[in-house]
Design a protein around this ligand. Structure first.
Ligand SMILES: C[S@@+](CC[C@H](N)C(=O)[O-])C[C@H]1O[C@@H](n2cnc3c(N)ncnc32)[C@H](O)[C@@H]1O
Length: 341
């Protein structure tokens, strides 16, 4: 049966992640749970220098899509090391919220961080990031109560961090060729069937027409609404960091359309993930006059760690100090949204 990709993703990913029997790291690896955790350490160091500059009684941090809790644990452990080295006490001022739509994931993440919760506040929050209302204007227009936003009434965050969440949120696939723009429905085997696209708005149409023909292009609308909503929770000077797999630069399209179309949606143990269209997200944010910067994830880590890195896959996905000048590309990006108001 042919359905929009968003419907498949909603059904499959909800069943996969919410099952108590799912052990996600048996099915895939992420940069957040690798042993050395270079990305996690870099992100912690980055936050630490920000926190040292802006002294506060409390730093509110939100992580959405928590996995086994290692992205949180590695982050807090690195802050503890930096506190000890520099005789500061940032860790004790952290109020860390772990948010996910999977109860088993939240329970595991809480347990993983149990020792650290002696040194700072760690809370959990059940929410579905694919049901966020987008901009406050959209939220106003919808009016209906959203239980996913109810917990955020009285809180502003200094830092929001998400690793490999948004590529799991429902997205749809489009393709343009000589005959126009098409919406690709897909079947259980991910085979596409094209129908005339009805709903791309002007910004999406413009973007699709600027990209190569005959390639299935995801438009991650639920991710966009989610990012727009979460970034509206940032306090003055607050930042949101998004790390994910996807495409942004011209060279990313440098493979034959057939190969691209074959790998744009991937199945990991029954869960479906799709590339995050960073071009779409950056274009959308800039059209709304918001600040969003995209760079290669490796470049971000290199900048913070101040060393040249290469990809290493000895213990899952990670970076290690580079011994040669060979430039590898892992197609992971970092998007930073900064609230400068
Ligand atoms: C690919 S895993 C990444 C986990 C962890 N951040 C890491 O990098 O190892 C995706 C995480 O996002 C959560 N997730 C997926 N869809 C979600 C949704 N709609 N709302 C909230 N959490 C979701 C999953 O339960 C899982 O914890």
């Amino acid at each position: 049966m042919f359905k929009p990709l968003s419907k498949w993703m909603q059904e499959k990913n909800s069943a996969y992640y919410k099952s108590p029997n799912t052990l996600i790291y048996d099915d895939f690896a992420t940069y957040a749970q690798s042993e050395k955790g270079m990305l996690t350490s870099a992100n912690a160091r980055d936050f630490y220098s920000y926190a040292k500059k802006i002294e506060k009684k409390q730093y509110n941090i939100l992580e959405v899509g928590v996995g086994n809790g290692a992205f949180c644990a590695g982050f807090l452990e690195e802050i503890a090391r930096l506190d000890e080295k520099n005789n500061t006490s940032i860790l004790s001022k952290i109020n860390y919220v772990l948010a996910d739509f999977s109860k088993p994931a939240l329970e595991r993440a809480k347990k993983f961080n149990i020792k650290l919760s002696i040194f700072c506040e760690i809370k959990t929050m059940l929410l579905d990031a694919s049901k966020m209302p987008g901009t406050p204007e959209k939220q106003g227009a919808k009016k209906e109560k959203n239980k996913n936003t109810a917990n955020f009434k009285d809180i502003k965050f200094d830092f929001i961090r998400c690793n490999e969440l948004f590529s799991d949120l429902p997205a749809n696939l489009y393709l343009q060729n000589e005959d126009g723009i098409f919406h690709a429905l897909i079947d259980e085997k991910m085979q596409p069937s094209l129908e005339i696209a009805q709903n791309p708005d002007e910004l999406e149409r413009k973007l699709l027409l600027s990209l190569p023909k005959n390639m299935l292009i995801p438009i991650n609308r639920a991710a966009a609404d989610s990012i727009l909503y979460f970034s509206s929770l940032l306090g003055d000077g607050g930042r949101m960091d998004i790390f994910d797999y996807g495409f942004y630069k011209k060279e990313d399209f440098g493979i034959p359309a057939q190969m691209w179309n074959f790998s744009i949606v991937r199945d990991f143990g029954g869960q479906w993930t799709v590339d995050l269209n960073f071009l779409y997200l950056a274009t959308l944010f800039s059209s709304l006059g918001k600040s969003a910067h995209v760079e290669a994830q490796k470049e971000y880590v290199q900048k913070i760690m101040q060393k040249k890195l290469s990809l290493s896959e000895e213990n899952g996905l990670d970076y290690s100090q580079s011994k040669d000048n060979f430039e590898e590309d892992d197609s992971f990006y970092h998007m930073r949204i900064q609230n400068s108001e």
